[in-house]
Design a protein around this ligand. Structure first.
Ligand code: PEP
Length: 283
């Protein structure tokens, strides 16, 4: 069984003018360079607003930090005013796209069928989809959280899902941007429940008010393969500190000795193989 390298993804949401995006990207690249070959010990992904993709993509190109979109349309092109196609994201260097975020599901009425179509579109363009699922506060209090998440997965995850084309992010809606986090027990239980519904080795991130203070305990949970970070990803030092709190990947005992604590598969930057420099972007 291969090691699941942790992934820490920053969702900048609708934040940042060009000078903010440039400063944040430069701060992260600076830390990557200073950290050397191992980087922070996990994969890093930033998902800036669409207006900053090209600028940020140019700054992070070659740094080992991957670029992602925050949403996309299912179609490759057409009369969809205001939308962005997966192909357009790939064209500017994105390797990932966040889909089904609760702010899209609740603020824009996106249902599981729409998210399913967007994931297929993302795959058509060669992007890895980060599928967000999560229950509301009322659903958690009603004891239906696992059923809700299971139903979101069943409705939105295409059958061709594989570990290298899909990442799932469990984000309790009530924990996003509120400063509240699920208990470690609830996170572990939900991730275990999600794990039984995914292809083996698919990564499951936790999202919901992850910050430098709580990152170590959350990222230390066995079934947590990283974090989707909103507010704290807007500050270079906070985002970096969260990433630095990822425990080193530990291969299963029978595979130890095949390459040290950070073996060849862990050191390889799985996003790197698929990372594209934006066309025309400098290093
Ligand atoms: C998010 O936007 O996916 C998120 C988890 O936000 P925050 O970290 O601010 O709760």
């Amino acid at each position: 069984m291969a090691v699941r390298t942790k992934l820490v993804a920053g969702n900048w949401k609708m934040n940042g003018l060009r000078e903010d995006g440039v400063a944040l990207a430069r701060a992260l690249v600076h830390r990557m360079v200073a950290a050397g070959a191992g980087g922070p010990g996990c994969e890093l992904l930033v998902c800036p607003p669409a207006t900053l993709l090209t600028t940020v993509g140019g700054l992070i190109a070659g740094s080992g930090i991957a670029l992602g979109g925050q949403d996309c349309h299912a179609a490759a092109k057409g009369a969809f005013t205001g939308d962005i196609s997966p192909e357009m994201l790939a064209d500017v260097g994105c390797t990932h796209v966040i889909l089904g975020h609760s702010e899209r599901r609740h603020g824009h009425g996106e249902d599981d069928t729409a998210v399913h179509g967007k994931i297929l579109g993302a795959w058509r363009a060669g992007l890895t989809a980060i599928l967000c699922v999560g229950e509301t506060r009322a659903q958690r209090e009603a004891g239906t959280a696992v059923d809700i998440v299971a139903s979101q997965l069943a409705g939105s995850m295409p059958s061709q899902a594989e570990p290298d084309n899909l990442v799932v992010a469990y984000e309790p809606v009530w924990a996003i941007g509120t400063g509240l986090t699920a208990t470690l027990e609830d996170i572990a239980a939900m991730h275990a429940a999600i794990r039984t519904r995914l292809p083996a080795q698919t990564r499951i991130l936790y999202g919901g008010s992850v910050n430098p203070q709580n990152a170590a305990s959350i990222l230390g949970l066995g079934e947590v393969d990283g974090a989707l970070v909103g507010g704290a990803s807007l500050d270079g030092e906070s985002f970096w500190t969260i990433a630095r709190n990822c425990p080193s990947p530990q291969p299963p005992p029978r595979e130890r000795g095949e390459g040290g604590p950070l073996g060849a598969s862990a050191m390889r930057h799985p996003t790197g193989a698929r990372t594209r420099a934006p066309k025309g972007a400098g290093g």
